[in-house]
Write a protein that binds this ligand. Structure first.
Ligand code: BEZ
Length: 185
């Protein structure tokens, strides 16, 4: 896609498990997107038979923001990092270039890349009531751990950083029952 981009923005598991080298890590947000658990996960937080639900970004009015973590990839390493991420996120995501804002008085981080799962990819399930998503999350587990642990870990990280995401808070509350261990990666 681009060889200029130096920042990668994570709004899902990249927040706690980038698993690539980075020179700097900053909380920030992208405007005009919301995080939604509208992508099925047959490979990380579920199985092909019972796929879990993981986050994607959905376009929204410009006043909406999605909070996450931006990583500055060391010079010369972007292409190898992207190649690894492309493999890790094989189940339907594609890269997009965005601008990340990381606070008042700080220059926007641009260009930055993130991954979104678009409608039309085979694992895109689209909108559903939060109760239904929570019920699905509660019963799924995959090679990366419990689907519920993914949601809770995300909610905790966002909560600690002050990243506003009301739907995530509700989803975490709905599912905060009996949650097994997450994998440490
Ligand atoms: C992330 O931002 O954590 C992420 C989400 C979907 C695919 C790849 C990474």
């Amino acid at each position: 896609m681009t060889s200029r981009a130096e920042w990668i923005f994570g709004y899902g598991s990249l927040i706690w498990r980038p698993a690539f080298p980075f020179a700097e890590r900053r909380w920030g947000f992208v405007r005009g997107f919301v995080r939604r658990f509208w992508q099925a996960s047959p490979d990380h937080r579920g199985t092909p038979a019972v796929p879990g639900r993981v986050a994607t970004l959905v376009p929204a009015p410009r006043h909406e923001r999605c909070w996450g973590v931006a990583y500055q990839v060391p010079a010369g390493q972007l292409q190898s990092v992207l190649a690894r991420l492309d493999l890790r996120e094989v189940a339907g995501y594609r890269r997009r270039q965005v601008v990340v804002e990381s606070g008042p008085g700080r220059a926007p981080l641009r260009p930055a890349l993130l991954y979104t799962a678009e409608p039309g990819n085979p694992n895109f399930v689209g909108a559903a009531p939060l109760q239904a998503i929570a019920a699905r999350v509660a019963r799924c587990r995959g090679p990366s751990g419990d689907n519920a642990a993914y949601v809770l870990r995300l909610a905790e990280a966002l909560g600690r950083a002050g990243g506003h995401d009301p739907e995530l808070v509700v989803l975490a509350r709905l599912g905060s029952g009996d949650v097994g261990a997450d994998q440490p990666w």
